[in-house]
Design a protein around this ligand. Structure first.
Ligand code: ADP
Ligand code: GLC
Length: 474
């Protein structure tokens, strides 16, 4: 498996969670999995295994390969400090590093070179997102030798909006075949796309929910790739991500002082009080009766931050408090800092990446908001369900596949969904949820229905394993 992130070593989003949990689930079924990621700054673990020589912009370079083994999965780190020993994974703020094409070509090449020289044959090479998009390309263009001779390529799209687009001149600079600048290969409107390489050169393409697999074949969600994806419709599969219940489980979450589960929910009240105190919101008896809305997210339009921005003066006036954790676009970070300063009794905002606080929000909030414009899968809504924190989500992609809207008549369902991508629709769903919250018995039913859902990795990993078999036996 080749990717640019894997928890706990390097994480900016859900990709890291998936590339960590899926291999471990496969290992539990007896599969042998190696995961290859860059050795970024801050990764201090790993023993040197050896090195490979790969082509690069100014001629061949030597790249070290280090490894660490955990839960039956070996993680290999591609060590080339010139490319990876930097303060960030992809760039500073909203500016990507100018040499990302070379950085991630190096990752792909090192993975293929190391894999080909391995003592045991590989059946499958599974590449994730554009950063690993050259892996299937290289496999088909000379890399499928040695231990990779029979290996089939699988490519997973975690987010179609990130396409790895570069000037076409990079192809020559990276020493890749010139004919790859072609409509049927990497060419995309005069540039090259690593994502397209992954899609076109793989045996199967997967994405992270069945609904998103359908959506990306439409113009609205296809980001210009819908035609390419429709042409691969027969080999395109949506497999819902799982949740790592070892890490996201209120019954044994090390960040909570009182564990809880569906049969004893008092730990959730304790978590709410602690969260309110931690973020400086009023935490008295009356205050704790007020519903608390949580949100943990990259602060970008994908996650509906433009819709939320329209509600900046509306949210603080609801009969609720909010706690927001995230980083992202400057304008949204500034906006919410400002809102928190103006309504300190109702809105708490933390700008940053904070794993501990993320767990405490999942546990301490009553509702969890995900108003995404598009959402390939989304993990937080599934964490929320397990933590008895009722999700309010836009019915798109994986959110539509995982949250069942509460039926007004029967009260059955696991959350509150809305269809239209508008601030008004979002507010209406939130109001619907807050109205239900006032009926404790009805609310408890929704919480318990959510906590009973099972999104563990086993089912998803089995689907991947079945796909690997099909790809390998072709
Ligand atoms: P995406 O990968 O599109 O950002 P996902 O819902 O798939 O969205 O995954 C996001 C993951 O990153 C979750 O595990 C979430 O808890 C975590 N996360 C996002 N922002 C933060 C943050 N500011 N602090 C801590 N964890 C965060
Ligand atoms: C991407 C998507 C998110 C998905 C994650 C893991 O970051 O935005 O919806 O859950 O990948 O697949």
């Amino acid at each position: 498996m080749v990717a640019s992130e894997a928890a706990p070593f390097a994480k900016t989003g859900g990709l890291a969670d998936v590339v960590s949990a899926l291999p471990r689930a496969l290992a539990r079924f007896g599969h042998a999995v190696d995961v290859v990621i860059p050795r970024y700054r801050g990764i201090t673990t790993g023993e040197r295994l050896g090195h490979v020589t790969v082509p690069d912009v100014d001629g061949p370079i030597d790249v070290s390969i280090d490894a660490v083994e955990h839960d039956g999965v070996r993680t290999l780190f591609v060590d080339h400090p010139g490319y990876y020993d930097r303060p960030h994974l992809y760039g500073v703020g909203n500016d990507d590093y100018a040499d990302n094409a070379a950085r991630f070509a190096c990752l792909a090449r090192a993975a293929i070179a190391w894999g080909a020289a391995a003592p045991e044959p590989y059946a499958v090479v599974h590449a994730h997102d554009w950063q690993a998009g050259l892996v299937p390309v290289l496999l088909r263009r000379g890399g499928g030798v040695g231990a990779l001779r029979d290996a089939a390529a699988i490519f997973t799209i975690h987010n179609l909006a990130y396409q790895g687009l570069f000037d076409a001149s990079w192809l020559g600079r990276l020493g890749l075949d010139a004919d790859l600048v072609h409509m049927s290969a990497l060419e995309y409107w005069g540039r090259i796309s690593f994502l397209k390489g992954g899609i076109v050169f793989s045996r199967f393409v997967t994405t992270v929910s069945p609904q998103y697999a359908r959506e990306i074949q439409t113009r609205e969600f296809g980001f210009g790739f819908d035609g390419i994806l429709r042409s691969r419709a027969h080999d395109l599969v949506g497999i819902l991500n799982g949740i790592d219940y070892d890490h996201w489980n209120p019954a044994r979450d090390p960040y909570l002082s009182v564990p809880y589960d569906a049969s004893r929910l008092d730990g959730k009240d304790a978590a709410k009080r602690q969260l309110l105190e931690l973020v400086g919101l009023p935490a008295g008896d009356d205050d704790r009766c007020r519903p608390l809305v949580g949100l943990i997210s990259r602060m970008v339009d994908q996650k509906g931050f433009d819709l939320l921005a329209e509600l900046a003066d509306e949210l603080p006036r609801l009969e609720a408090s909010c706690v927001l954790l995230g980083t992202g676009e400057r304008r949204y970070e500034d906006l919410w800092r400002d809102v928190a300063a103006r309504y300190p009794d109702r809105i708490a905002v933390r700008i940053g990446f904070d794993e501990a606080l993320a767990h405490r929000i999942e546990a301490g909030a009553d509702l969890f908001l995900m108003p995404s414009r598009f959402e390939p899968c989304g993990l937080n809504q599934m964490y929320s369900l397990r933590y008895g924190t009722v999700p309010v989500v836009r019915a798109t992609g994986g959110l539509a596949d995982t949250v069942r809207d509460v039926d007004a008549a029967t009260g059955e369902g696991t959350g509150f969904t809305f269809a239209e991508a508008s601030a008004a629709a979002l507010l209406a769903a939130l109001r619907r949820a807050l109205a239900r919250y006032r009926d404790p018995a009805a609310w408890r039913r929704i919480q318990l229905a959510g906590m009973r859902q099972d999104f563990s990795w086993d089912a998803s990993a089995r689907q991947y394993a079945a796909l690997y078999e099909r790809a390998y036996n072709k």
